[in-house]
Design a protein around this ligand. Structure first.
Ligand SMILES: Nc1ncnc2c1ncn2[C@@H]1O[C@H](COP(=O)(O)OP(=O)(O)O)[C@@H](O)[C@H]1O
Ligand SMILES: [Mg+2]
Length: 522
């Protein structure tokens, strides 16, 4: 026992002496507080009493107090059973993250390194950071972490206890950081990277039309990346529009922009699977003693693995009201409580809900806006949706459906996905034909060209209910399957040039002509 207490004293000692840097004050602790920490060995909160007596009204009080708490659970856990109910790093063994090796650094120092954004600072933000780091385990491969505390709006450098704290070590450590290795870790793109590859450009490369939505989303994401957003709530979008016009695709592309090919950066939840009240447990995990307890919730489990994921709630209007209550808590507080009663932090997540609500009204509005823009020659012009349309048509519709004003109030931006114009549909047909042209060449060395009226024919298949997929299916049915058959029968093959055209005798059919290259070669 004596030996353990000695170790404890050492732990508290080092924690306290550097712990003050954490809180951002320079006062040194009165010696009596150490005794407080020691006597609090068995009952968590000894260190706590120090914080609350000496610093009860300062802004740093709660972080110091919690820090004390965390330290006591930390030390306690390494030598005896973990304390119950402690908010600190319970269950942590030595050599892991705590707050004993932490110092404040400048914004410039923090800018270029991957960070934790500990924006949820309700109970001592840096304690939280240590907790998260410990939970991440190997997916945070550094010995160092840069943590941002929204509470005091400052950056801190944190190191594992056995490491000496030095900024140059941290830089070196991060330099060795292998992207694939650290993909799961919370990463923010640095400024240079953002300027080189603006989100708008990436989105416009993959999506036809939907310029309003692309620009709004990019603007919001940029504000967040640059720190021009409210740090009290996560970012929440509602994408409205008919099926198959790019809502899911846009969310996916945003995830791709933020997380690259890390699959955990995109969480898609089909809300049609959550239409009944009992499905809440599938969402956030079942409470202890219930079936499925060990599985965890679809949302909470995945958010824990990637707290700044892009989370898509598809067809949100289908969800049960109790699920919406979960969502509201999440959107409002930036965290949610799972079935086990544990908090899942998600202040840095980007939430996207999609819905078909109002699709008819939006289509009508698009017709009206486009009629007004007729004079404009610019095919790329933004199609401005009036605020009055949002206020008078969409808001009442959403209120009627969701019944709850506060739910709608927590949405940062409602974005409208407009039906495609004829030109946009042709661009979509062209993009799909081009995709197959590339496949044909890469796999079979077959070259393909086509007439303008082939694109027109594909556009005719467009069906509002299925969106872009109806064009993709038409291309497969009328073009790709024919090519495949001709290839199978050796009519075309390596080196063949094929021209596609509308069949003059059978309306709606495509004909293939083999271009004779032998003359050209000679
Ligand atoms: N605006 C668009 N530009 C290019 N492709 C699109 C666009 N909208 C839809 N698509 C294509 O159609 C598919 C289905 O679109 P999706 O985004 O899932 O539609 P929804 O609006 O129903 O979420 C996408 O995977 C993509 O291939
Ligand atoms: Mg979708």
């Amino acid at each position: 026992i004596f030996f353990r207490k000695t170790k404890m004293a050492a732990a508290f000692n080092s924690s306290f002496s550097s712990g003050f840097g954490v809180g951002g004050t320079s006062a040194s602790p009165p010696t009596s507080s150490l005794a407080g920490g020691l006597s609090g060995y068995n009952a968590s909160g000894g260190a706590n009493s120090f914080g609350s007596t000496s610093y009860s009204n300062s802004t740093t009080a709660s972080s110091i107090a919690k820090f004390g708490n965390g330290a006591s659970s930390f030390a306690g856990a390494s030598s005896m059973s973990p304390p119950t109910g402690a908010a600190g790093v319970a269950g942590v063994t030595s050599g892991e993250w705590d707050l004993s090796n932490t110092k404040q650094i400048t914004n410039e120092d923090a800018e270029s390194m991957p960070k934790f954004e500990v924006t949820r600072a309700a109970d001592g933000s840096l304690t939280k950071a240590a907790e998260i780091l410990n939970k991440l385990g190997d997916s945070w491969p550094h010995k160092f972490a840069i943590c941002h505390s929204a509470k005091v709006n400052s950056y801190y450098l944190m190191a594992k206890v056995s490491q000496p704290l030095s900024l140059s070590d941290a830089r070196e450590d991060y330099r060795k950081f292998d992207k694939s290795n650290g993909a799961k870790a919370i990463k923010t793109r640095n400024k240079e990277e953002r300027q080189k590859n603006p989100l708008e450009r990436q989105l416009q490369k993959t999506l036809v039309g939907q310029k309003n939505a692309i620009l709004s989303v990019s603007g919001q994401i940029r504000r967040k990346e640059n720190g021009w957003h409210s740090s009290n709530h996560p970012l929440v979008f509602l994408f409205l529009g008919s099926s198959g016009i790019g809502k899911t695709e846009l969310a996916k592309q945003v995830a791709n922009y933020i997380h690259g090919d890390n699959a955990e950066g995109f969480i898609r939840i089909d809300m049609t699977e959550y239409q009944n009240q009992h499905e809440v447990s599938k969402f956030i995990g079942a409470p202890p003693g219930y079936a499925g307890y060990d599985d965890g919730g679809q949302l909470t489990k995945r958010l824990r693995r990637c707290p700044n994921a892009v989370v898509l709630f598809d067809e949100v209007e289908k969800a049960h009201p109790d699920i919406l209550t979960c969502l509201l808590q999440t959107f409002d507080e930036g965290r949610l409580t799972d079935g086990k009663g544990e908090l899942v932090e998600c202040m840095d997540a980007t939430f996207v809900m999609t819905s078909n609500l109002g699709q008819r009204e939006i289509a009508d509005e698009a017709v009206r806006v486009r009629a007004q823009m007729k004079d404009s020659q610019d095919p790329d012009a933004i199609e401005p949706i009036q605020d009055s349309f949002k206020d008078k048509v969409i808001q009442p519709l959403l209120k009627h459906h969701f019944k709850r004003d506060e739910f709608i109030g927590r949405i940062n931006e409602i974005l409208f996905f407009l039906p495609f114009t004829h030109e946009q549909l042709k661009a979509l047909a062209r993009a799909d034909l081009t995709k197959w042209k590339e496949t044909a060449y890469d796999r079979h060395k077959i070259s393909i060209t086509w007439d303008n009226d082939v694109e027109e024919l594909m556009v005719k298949a467009y069906n509002l209910r299925f969106g872009v997929r109806s064009i993709q299916h038409e291309v497969e049915r009328k073009v790709v399957s024919k090519l495949a058959q001709a290839h199978e029968n050796d009519h075309i093959g390596n080196g063949t040039q094929v021209k596609l055209a509308c069949n003059p005798n059978i309306p709606g059919e495509i004909s293939m002509y083999k271009v004779d290259t032998s003359k050209a070669d000679k």
